[in-house]
Write a protein of this length. Sequence first.
Length: 268
Amino acid sequence: MNDRPDETIKVAIESKVLRGKRAFVLGIANEHSIAYGCAKVFRQLGAELAVTYLNEKPRPYVEPLARELGATIFAPCDVGKSGELEAVFQQVRETWGSLDIALHSIAFAPKEDLQGRLVDSFGEGFKLAMDISCHSFVRMARLAEPLMPHGGTLLAMSYHGASKVVPNYNLMGPVKAALESVVRYLAYELGEKHIRVHAVSPGPLKTRAASGLKDFDVLLTEALERAPIGELVDIDDVGLTAAYLTTPFARRLTGTVTYVDGGLSIMA
Ligand code: NAD
């Protein structure tokens, strides 16, 4: 990368376009998480943050990041545990009274279902993947809606495997397809309240979740070889695009799936 794009980004960051905004961020596991990239940019642009961690196991990795981000709220949240998402939203309500941005950057499927063929996946595994990776976004939207009386933005992380077959993405393909459909229906239902809903679809990134996919390195190599921009994306790239979607610059956009993949998805 030459210096010019970095300089442009610095100027954009200095605009502090999210000053006074409050953002809920679900999905930081460590410093490689896409959610961390998004939280960093939200913060750099002036937003206040609520950051969650799954449970006590990843907490030691997430806590220093939340501290570095100056998060106002830091709370546990396993969306599969009844009441935890509700509890953290209650904390948001008590602390802030309102919310402007809610980011859902989580996915889960049992390893045996994720690494096997879709045709062999078990109902229980499929249901769990759908609940954690997709329906929890609906629940998050339901909890965010009353906290966004003047509008806001809901964001979810998708992947190209939602619309095209990506070998080894297996059951996550249909799950992400459902997530993208959920984004469109929520955009329709919440549009009149000026709550805008988007999916962001990053190219492959080396994260903890990605390490659960078989032959993930092949996806990275292919992305590098085939993406028109000729570089892999990083979590800051995803954060910048996610942040853009929350700003007034995108005020008439809703229901989109925005790719951050260096153009990889346009290739045959
Ligand atoms: P990551 O492992 O850093 O993040 C996944 C997060 O999901 C973790 O923070 C984990 O704690 C959380 N999670 C799992 N089960 C949960 C539950 N029951 N309750 C609450 N949180 C739970 O990996 P990542 O790559 O940053 O993944 C974030 C999102 O980005 C996912 O939706 C993933 O599908 C999507 N995505 C990733 C890539 C990639 O190549 N890494 C590409 C496109 C989309």
